[in-house]
Write a protein that binds this ligand. Structure first.
Ligand code: SF4
Ligand code: SF4
Length: 290
């Protein structure tokens, strides 16, 4: 039996938040878009159910998916399938969380993004506390904008000390950070330096396209979210033949959900079994800190 890590992104395109740097900010979602996205998700879940291989599924929607009932129901269903080892979703955590009581908390994990311009710290940390109470594994993180450093400090002091906080480096402005900024962000996220880079990846071995691959709502497979070439479709018989080790064809890779599969970085050793949900074991870090 093989283990596949699948990054699923359906047609959903729109979000209830309005972060200034995001193309999906406050984008109205049409009923047709929702209908198509739901049909795609239903089909994908049925497919997942029929697979003999073990699956780790991560939802990386263009927008916020967990405010829609069909994603909540889909995650509940997937989480109880015997061949699904993991279900992860990226979320802004703005939706109600009562549904989460019905998931299998051994398989579900959340990647929770904090957006200080959109939600108060207390509201966000309240949601994180609910996840703790329900024993839902999760990472928390945000973009390391300088104007948010104060609230990022408060986030660290108010969250459960064992919750890992990742920081995504702001890369739209060259030399954005001073060395003091980098030091501060490392104090929040011990792995910040790994993210604060643009990796030169052309010709390098990356696990995507083999044991890790991306799937669109119509079933099309691309090796990762950053290569647009369709290499197959999960709904075609024998699609597995398109999955094999490949070299990266892009010049660079700068996003966690991509570079984390770059073989030379050996990040599976750092995140262990929690690479999709981006949970780093902070006790491990403390044990190695003098
Ligand atoms: S919460 Fe995420 S998807 Fe929504 S506007 Fe902000 S960055 Fe975009
Ligand atoms: S290094 Fe990044 S861009 Fe290249 S194949 Fe891997 S995930 Fe895709």
């Amino acid at each position: 039996m093989k283990n596949w890590k699948i990054l699923y992104r359906g047609s959903l395109s729109g979000c209830n938040y309005s972060c200034f740097y995001c193309p999906f900010a406050k984008k109205e979602i049409s009923p047709v878009n929702l209908h198509n996205d739901k049909s795609e998700l239903d089909r994908f879940i049925k497919w997942a159910q029929e697979q003999e291989n073990q699956l780790e599924i991560m939802f990386t929607p263009f927008g916020e998916a967990l405010i829609h009932n069909y994603y909540q129901e889909g995650i509940i269903k997937l989480s109880h399938l015997p061949n699904v080892k993991k279900v992860v979703i990226q979320t802004n955590l703005s939706g109600k969380l009562s549904w989460i009581e019905s998931v299998n908390n051994k398989t579900v994990a959340l990647w929770c993004s904090f957006h200080p311009s959109q939600v108060s710290l207390s509201e966000f940390t309240g949601k994180c506390n609910s996840l703790d109470s329900s024993n839902i594994r999760h990472s928390v993180g945000c973009v390391g904008m300088k104007e948010d450093f104060t609230v990022i400090s408060r986030l660290r002091s108010e969250l459960n000390p064992s919750t890992y906080i990742w920081i995504n480096a702001y890369k739209h402005e060259k030399d954005y950070y001073s060395s003091a900024d980098v030091q501060f962000l490392n104090s929040i996220d011990p792995l910040f330096n790994t993210n604060n880079k643009v990796y030169q990846t052309k010709g390098k071995i990356c696990g995507t396209g083999d044991k890790v691959f991306s799937v669109k709502g119509n079933g099309d497979i691309t090796r990762c979210h950053f290569h647009s070439t369709c290499i197959g479709n999960i709904y075609n018989a024998g699609f597995e033949s398109v999955l094999y080790s490949r070299l990266c064809e892009n010049e660079t890779c700068h996003c966690y959900i991509g570079y984390v599969h770059l073989e030379e970085l050996e990040l599976a050793k750092v995140y262990g079994d929690s690479i999709l949900e981006r949970i780093y074991d902070l006790s491990h870090h403390k044990a190695n800190t003098p």
